[in-house]
Design a binder for this molecule. Structure first.
Ligand code: GLN
Length: 381
């Protein structure tokens, strides 16, 4: 028997695949994996078709179509007052997860320590481990998932190579505040610690709050890879396109990995996205569109025995369930699919050691009728 000496012996299949598959098997309403159940703008699809028909079907440049990189640089300049050169500091990627993988692969050597904030998106820890790095988790807890920076400081050592940030945060919907950022500036000043800032939900932020991109802070910018997602921006997560912006020396290393990882991202999608983004209006109204969904979903959930946690951004609403049961979040999530036909994500899946605070995550990037139908079922729980 041929067997592989596993790079990730303790790792199973990602929770998103597990829950979406279970949802399908049980014909459950899928509020687990984060993706919209409504279509993107038909204009976008037209643009892809036109790009294909006009012969844009061969490899794009390794770093991404120049026009798309220029539009990204312009957007970042408009929104965050930061200058990134489109040729040397912007790279189009096959989605956020690939960009994260690539940035980590470019930077992490065996023995390097990476600080992450748990609950954390489930690709971070396995990728770090696969590279021989050591994961140093800071555990955040409900209801507010705040960060005590004095405790974070204790995780620092001579081997700290990187900190991974994620705001708006998946799965909790919390966001970094100005105080958080100032603490981070203090902690990293006069060090060569790198930052990977996962900002894929940058445009999904609620209650008039402002997204504090790392790009806004020159002291942090110089040490940071910032990752973003066109999937979330355009309601087309299946297009798997995003980008990474980073200062030239960092981008240079990023691209060394990117070129042998994906080489380049599909051309017609890039062409269509670029054409679509020329209309700057695209960025407007996205927060209020999702805020309405969040508010309606929260209202609906008031009729259940779930307790709502705060949500300031992202696609996700988290809930606790002490009034319903004391079972493990994984058990309840499975029972919800099988008996109530609603799929969610157990938040313990986002902790290295599966810490269970009895929290479930629901994705509200869905049609109103989908949310209503799901809650109708949850009310009976
Ligand atoms: N970001 C999405 C989520 O949290 C899923 C991404 C994926 O399935 N890889 O649900």
């Amino acid at each position: 028997m041929i067997s592989i000496h596993s790079k990730l012996p303790g790792t199973g299949t990602t929770i998103f695949t597990v829950m979406s598959k279970l949802a399908e098997e049980h014909q459950a309403i899928n509020l687990s994996q984060g993706f919209p159940d409504y279509d993107c703008d038909p204009k976008l699809i037209e643009f892809v078709n036109e790009a294909m028909k006009s012969g844009q079907n061969q490899y794009a440049p390794m770093t991404g179509l120049p026009i798309l990189r220029e539009l990204v640089a312009q957007k970042v300049n408009d929104l965050y007052n930061a200058n990134y050169h489109p040729d040397t500091e912007v790279t189009i990627t096959a989605g956020g997860t690939q960009a994260i993988f690539t940035a980590l692969t470019a930077c992490i050597n065996p023995g390097d320590e990476v600080i992450i904030f748990e609950p954390a998106y489930d690709s971070y820890a396995p990728t770090i481990k696969m590279l021989g790095g050591l994961v140093k988790p800071y555990q955040m807890a409900p209801p507010n998932y705040e960060i005590d920076w004095n405790m974070v400081k204790k995780l620092f050592s001579a081997n700290t190579k990187m900190i991974i940030l994620n705001s708006p945060h998946n799965p909790t919907g919390s966001i970094l505040s100005e105080t958080d950022i100032q603490e981070l500036i203090k902690l990293t000043r006069n060090t060569d610690i790198l930052i990977l800032s996962d900002e894929v939900y940058e445009h999904l932020i609620y209650d008039e709050r402002k997204h504090l991109s790392i790009a806004l802070y020159p002291e942090l910018r110089e040490r940071s890879f910032i990752i973003a997602s066109f999937g979330k921006l355009l309601h087309a997560t299946g297009w798997k396109t995003g980008y990474c912006i980073a200062p030239e020396p960092l981008t240079k290393e990023f691209r060394k990995i990117h070129q042998f990882n994906v080489f380049s991202v599909n051309t017609p999608m890039q062409a269509a996205i670029a054409r679509y983004l020329r209309d700057a209006e695209v960025y407007n109204g996205l927060s209020s569109f999702f805020q309405q969904k969040r508010d309606k979903f929260r209202d609906l959930l008031q009729n259940t025995r779930f307790d709502l946690l705060p949500c300031s951004g992202s696609y996700f609403q988290c809930v606790t369930y002490s009034r319903i049961s004391d079972e493990k979040d994984t058990e309840l999530a499975i029972r919800l699919i099988k008996d109530f036909r609603v799929a969610s994500i157990p938040v313990s899946a986002f902790y290295l050691h599966n810490t269970d605070h009895h929290v479930l995550r629901f994705c509200f990037a869905k049609k109103q009728e989908t949310l209503e139908k799901a809650v109708e079922r949850l009310i009976t729980l």
